[in-house]
Design a protein around this ligand. Structure first.
Ligand code: ACO
Length: 430
C-alpha cells in the first residue's frame, strides 16, 4: 500500500512530510525536517496544534470528554483504584501485582520523613509566603539531600529512579503538610508510618498535642479520589514544563519543582483556589450567580473552573467530582452554600448560548475546591493539593524523556518582530 504523506506548497515548491497515526486514530504530519528543507517554520502560539512528543501515558479525546491512563478509563480508576495504584500504573505502564504494590507502598511510607535540617528552611520564609512558592523551593532543595539521585547524569539518575519516584510521591505530601503548619505557626507533626497515604497526610496536617486526628468520616477516601483524578493529564502547561526542563538533562527534583511553578497560575492549577474565591464573592454580594454569568458574558469576569484548551465537552473528572461532592459533604456533615451557587452557575452556563457556542463546560477545578474545603483544607493550599496529585504524571513524563536515547533538548523557535538593525553610533550623535 502506498505510504500517505502530507504535501505542503511553499514558495512554489512542494514538500512532502510523513504522516503519524496515534493508537486512537490521532493524525499528525511530521514536520521535523521542515526548516532544514524549506527554511520555513510553523507558527503555533500556545501550541494548540502542535504535538510536542509521542507519549504512551495518557489519552484524551477532548471532543468526546474521554480520559484514559495507559488505556484505563478515568471512570474505572475513580471507582476501583487507589491513588498509589494509579500512580504506579501511570509511572510504570501496568496495574501493579499485589506484591509490587506492597513494595511501593512500603517505600512511600518509609520515605515520609524529611531531614531535620530541612525544618530550618521553613524558618526562612515569611509567614505570608504562598504555599506554592514554598513547595517549589522545598522540592528543589530536597534534591540537595540526595545527590546520588539528582546528579544530572542521566544513567545515574535513572539507576535510582524507583527510589526517587517513591520518595517524591511521599515527601511532597510531608512538605505540603509542613507548609500548612508553618504558616499557622504550629509545630510540625511527624508522619505516622502505620497510616495510609491520605490518612497520614491528614494526620500531619491536623493532629495536635491534645487531639489525635482520626478520620471517622471518610475524608481520606475523598482525598484519595481527588488525588487520583489529578494524577496525569497529558501535555498540559505544568507537564510540558517538566518535560522541557527534563529535556535539558535536569534531574527529577529540579524538573518537578519547575512543574509546581507552572501549575501555580490561575489559568492552570491555581483555578481551584480562584473558583472558591469567586463563589465566596458571589455569596457575599447576595447574587445567586445570575449577575456573575452576565458579567462573564460581557468579558468583565471569567467563570473560573469553566473552559479548557482540550475539552470541548464535559471534563470527565468534573463529572465524577460533581456527582461525588454532595455525597462527601453529607458524609462529613457539611452544608456548604457555595455548592448551591456552583450548581446554579453550572446550570445557567450549560443553557446559555455564550457558553454553549464556545463549548465551555466545567473543568476539574470547578468542584474540587468545595470538596477540599469540606475536608478542612484552606483555599491557599488547594493548588498544593493539585501538585501532590499531579506528581505521578510529572514523574512518568520525566521518565519518558529520560529513557529516550534519541531525545533532543526542547528548543522552540520564534518569529522575531522587533526592530530591524539599528546603529548605536547614530544614537551617540544625539
Ligand atoms: N469564562 C468566560 N469566558 C470564557 C472562559 C471562562 N472561564 N473561558 C474561555 N472563555 C471564552 C474566551 O473569552 C473566548 O471568547 P471569545 O471567543 O469571545 O474571545 C473563548 O471562550 C475561547 O477561550 P480561549 O481563551 O481561547 O480558550 P483557551 O483554550 O485559550 O483557554 C482556559 C482555556 C485557560 C482554561 C480558559 O477557558 C480559562 O481561563 N478558564 C478559566 C480558568 C480555569 O478554570 N482554568 C483551569 C483549566 S483546567 C486545568 O488547568 C486543571
Amino acid at each position: 500500500m502506498e505510504e500517505q504523506t502530507a504535501l505542503i506548497r511553499l514558495d512554489d515548491i512542494n514538500y512532502e512530510f510523513p504522516l503519524i497515526l496515534g493508537t486512537e486514530g490521532e493524525k499528525a504530519f511530521d514536520i521535523r525536517s521542515l526548516r532544514t528543507k524549506s527554511k520555513f517554520i510553523a507558527f503555533d502560539e500556545g501550541y494548540g496544534n502542535t504535538g510536542s512528543c509521542l507519549s504512551d501515558i495518557t489519552f484524551i479525546d477532548g471532543e468526546q470528554g474521554v480520559l484514559r491512563h495507559r488505556g484505563y478509563p478515568i471512570e474505572q480508576l475513580a471507582a476501583k483504584s487507589t491513588f498509589l495504584e494509579t500512580a504506579m500504573l501511570i509511572i510504570y505502564g501496568e496495574l501493579p501485582a499485589e506484591e509490587s504494590l506492597a513494595v511501593f507502598r512500603k517505600r512511600v511510607s518509609s520515605s515520609a520523613s524529611v531531614h531535620t535540617s530541612m525544618h530550618h528552611h521553613f524558618e526562612g520564609f515569611p509567614g505570608n509566603s504562598h504555599p506554592m512558592s514554598i513547595l517549589s523551593a522545598m522540592l528543589n532543595a530536597l534534591g540537595a539531600y540526595y545527590p546520588e539521585m539528582s546528579s544530572n547524569d542521566r544513567d545515574q539518575d535513572l539507576a535510582h529512579f524507583d527510589e526517587t519516584a517513591a520518595l517524591l510521591i511521599s515527601k511532597v505530601r510531608t512538605l505540603a503538610a509542613m507548609t500548612f503548619r508553618m504558616k499557622k505557626g504550629l509545630p510540625f507533626v511527624a508522619p505516622n508510618h502505620s497510616r495510609g497515604y491520605c490518612e497520614n497526610f491528614l494526620h500531619m496536617m491536623f493532629t495536635e498535642p491534645y487531639f489525635d486526628y482520626i478520620d471517622s468520616v471518610g475524608a481520606g477516601d475523598a482525598l484519595d479520589l481527588f488525588l487520583r483524578l489529578h494524577a496525569d493529564h497529558e501535555q498540559n502547561c505544568s507537564t510540558s514544563t517538566v518535560r522541557m526542563v527534563a529535556s535539558g538533562g535536569a534531574n527529577l527534583f529540579a524538573s518537578v519543582s519547575a512543574g509546581v511553578c507552572a501549575l501555580w497560575g490561575p489559568s492552570h492549577g491555581g483555578a481551584n483556589m480562584a473558583v472558591v474565591q469567586m463563589l465566596e464573592d458571589i455569596h457575599a454580594s447576595g447574587d445567586d450567580g445570575t449577575r456573575f454569568i452576565e458579567a462573564a458574558k460581557e468579558g468583565k469576569a471569567k467563570l473560573m473552573g469553566f473552559g479548557h484548551r482540550v475539552y470541548k465537552n464535559y471534563d470527565p473528572r468534573a463529572k465524577i467530582l460533581g456527582k461525588t461532592v454532595e455525597q462527601v459533604l453529607t458524609q462529613i456533615g457539611v452544608d456548604d452554600p457555595l455548592l448551591n451557587i456552583a450548581r446554579r452557575l453550572e446550570q445557567s452556563a450549560l443553557e446559555d448560548e455564550y457558553f454553549v457556542s464556545r463549548k465551555l463546560y466545567p473543568n476539574v477545578d470547578f468542584y474540587s475546591g468545595i470538596l477540599l474545603r469540606a475536608i478542612g483544607i484552606p483555599p491557599e493550599m488547594f493548588t498544593v493539593m493539585f501538585a501532590i496529585g499531579r506528581m505521578p504524571g510529572w514523574i512518568a513524563n520525566w521518565k519518558e524523556i529520560a529513557e529516550n536515547p534519541k531525545g533532543r533538548i526542547h528548543r522552540p523557535r520564534q518569529i522575531y518582530t522587533g526592530h530591524g538593525l539599528r546603529d548605536y553610533q547614530a544614537l551617540e550623535k544625539r
